[in-house]
Design a protein around this ligand. Sequence first.
Ligand code: APR
Length: 315
Amino acid sequence: MKNGRAKISVIGAGNVGASAAFRIAQLELADVALIDIVEEIPEGKALDLAQMCPITGSDVNLVGSTNYEDTADSDVVIITSGIPRKPGMSRDDLISTNTKVVKSVTEQVVSNSPDAILILVTNPLDAMVYVAHRVSGLSDNKVMGMAGVLDSARFRAFIAMELGVSVENINASVLGGHGDTMVPLLSNTTIAGVPIAQLVPADRLEAMVDRTRKGGAEIVALLKTGSAFYAPAVAAVEMAEAIIKDKKKVLPCCVYADGHYGIEDTFVGLPVRLGAEGVEEIIGVEISDEEMEALHVSAGKVKELCEVIDGMGIL
Ligand code: APR
């Protein structure tokens, strides 16, 4: 029976994908199609999640499958398929394998859901958004990447730990590419409205910025067999929720910059308003000259990576 619920497809039923499906079901946000290239794993995880729903009180349908027909008519598609990092690897090391995966997945997703909005999670993130944008042919507002929400959450968590205050009191945003050049915005970071520079000495601030930049690698080094997944999954679902509920939520997301912040023709993390149309506006916030310079360096790194992809002849 056709119901009135929204539908989110999650591609990749691994750590990030399964955790995203868990979060969507827990929030009773939408029906879920959980897709993987490996047979039976998505079916098993979807069944497990469906059996969770009576306990969480969630009336959503969950389908696990290797068949993209099950993704038909999705409102939002979260793409997590690909390989994660191992210790010693940078996100950029994943580029060749994950470009091929994201290309093939995007083609199949779009042929079944031509109106869907795509949220990329696969790394190297900004470059994978470029791949999905090119392959899908979708408009700029409909293809975006999850990185800024996660990087900002990491920064906020470190600040809350440092100060011993609620995470809810910390307002912070991280822009730029999802890598070592990301740009935590100190100029706009506040604790219950108070500028952070009034509460944290400069050397401690610098240490937190550094830990944020290396936040993913810190977890990879501890896990040894993969990368972070709870926070990335919840971050992606926060973006999906903003779209499905047309919340007009301002979040840092990887989007196509076409002159915004003086950045031309690159995918990079910027503050955007997310609603039913996807990226409804890229918001211009005042940042310091130093932060602007760092943002341009970061965007330049993404551009270089996209040129490497172009040179591979995969797209
Ligand atoms: N189509 C569908 N699924 C695929 C494909 C494909 N072509 N190739 C790989 N997969 C699936 C794998 O079978 C696996 O189940 O993607 C899943 C990835 O899951 P994990 O290995 O657990 O990786 P995860 O931690 O979820 O990370 C996925 O997100 O954060 C990024 O860097 C991370 O790029 C990585 C991605």
